[in-house]
Design a protein. Structure first.
Length: 94
């Protein structure tokens, strides 16, 4: 189950007040797919090249992917509406 938008913003605000109303969008290339998909990182400890676990597809199956790029956005310049963008589940550690 994923956090509501309100819980997400409140949590980020408690961690780092400078991130208020800012979203960290990561372009993630899923293994076996030829394109990348945007996900929101809930913490700022993810960097380009990291392997992450993300929900993918209609049933949100957990898939492994590589972060190709990161951009910080607010709601007005986000590539997709934050309320419709899935979140990165966690980093993948080998």
């Amino acid at each position: 189950m994923y956090k509501s938008e309100f819980e997400f913003e409140r949590q980020k605000s408690a961690i780092n007040p400078q991130l208020d109303f800012e979203f960290i969008y990561c372009s993630v290339e899923i293994e076996g797919r030829k394109r990348s998909y945007y996900y929101i990182a809930e913490y700022d400890n993810i960097v380009e090249g990291d392997t992450v676990i993300v929900p993918f597809g209609f049933y949100d199956s957990e898939e492994k992917g590589i972060v190709k790029s990161i951009k910080r956005c607010n709601e007005s310049n986000a590539p997709f509406p934050p309320s419709k963008t899935k979140r990165i589940i966690r980093k993948y550690y080998r």
